[in-house]
Design a protein around this ligand. Structure first.
Ligand SMILES: [Zn+2]
Length: 301
């Protein structure tokens, strides 16, 4: 196996591009960690797009990731339904009549975008860090954002140049009350392609729950790789995070039922569980293709 194979598995980067990094004297085997503000942006994005489901084997529609400390490039599947899903999940809108100020924003609070001819850059005004979406025609994003604005002109704060007052309040309240470490979600996003299984379709989800100061993360795949292949990518392999495996409830060898691997992240109070539901080998059927065609049609309506 070549020295960059683990990173390729996690990010989808090509062998050639990683060799070019090696030639330039950079570390092409490990995956760089995001700086704190970058990790915060990535965590907010990851937790929003994670509910995409399994309409392709590409988790969250991501074909490739190029990670740097202060930026993440994300190549999305070149399909309008994927771009539409990302825009709908991420672009912030105000939500009325909420009891808790943290719920006053749908999408990612403070998120703004700029399109160029080849990419859409996501960022938060006044904050370091950006996520560059590529792999599709940026005019699709513009068209979809315009559609969202026309549908909800009063609440669509993403057209404002700076954070709106309610976005600031929601962001401040969330930060003060959250015990969630954004570095975990960022690390998982930067390795999310590790959950691709052998089938044509696979759903990947990530969520976090908290009890007191302990947090419990779950990385779930419907048809993911064997536990013994995935665990080293997060623990002690070349792309590993130094996390530790606690329990290994694996039935991959028997080829039946779901499996789980329970890990401890950097801190004893943070658990991460890989849950492979093992829904059998999933394929894209004529019905799935029809659903995708319909969603692509709806993306621009
Ligand atoms: Zn297993």
């Amino acid at each position: 196996m070549n020295s960059t194979a683990s990173r390729q598995r996690c990010t989808g980067e090509s062998y050639q591009s990683l060799q070019a990094l090696l030639v330039a004297g950079e570390d092409a085997c490990r995956i760089p960690a995001a700086l704190p503000a970058q990790a915060e942006l990535e965590a907010a994005i990851a937790l929003r797009v994670a509910k995409m489901g399994g309409l392709s084997k590409h988790p969250w529609g991501i074909e490739k990731l190029v990670p740097r400390a202060d930026q993440l490039n994300v190549d999305l599947l070149n399909e309008p339904y994927v771009v539409s899903y990302w825009a709908e999940m991420l672009l912030p809108r105000l939500v009325d009549d909420v009891c808790d100020v943290r719920d006053a924003i749908s999408g990612v609070g403070g998120l703004r975008y700029r399109s160029s001819s080849s990419a859409v850059r996501l960022f938060r005004p006044g904050m370091v860090g950006s996520v560059l979406l590529k792999g599709f025609d940026p005019r699709w994003w513009e068209r979809i954002a315009r559609r969202i604005y026309e549908r909800e002109p009063r609440t669509a704060v993403f057209v404002e140049s700076d954070w709106s007052r309610r976005e600031r309040a929601a962001g401040r309240a969330s930060r003060e009350s959250s015990v969630m470490d954004p570095a975990i979600a960022s690390a998982l996003l930067r390795r999310v392609r590790a959950t691709c299984g052998l089938g044509e379709a696979n759903g990947t989800d990530v969520w976090c729950s908290a009890i007191g100061h302990e947090t419990f993360w779950t990385l779930e795949a419907t048809d993911g790789p064997a536990c013994s292949e995935l665990a080293p990518l997060l623990t002690d392999g070349p792309t590993g995070l130094g996390w530790r495996v606690n329990t290994f409830n694996c039935l991959c060898e028997q080829g039946r039922d779901g499996c789980s691997v329970n890990m401890t992240a950097w801190d004893e109070s943070v658990s991460v569980r890989y849950l492979n539901l093992r829904w059998g080998r999933l394929t894209i059927t004529d019905q799935t293709r029809a659903s995708i065609a319909e969603m692509n049609r709806m993306a621009f309506r």
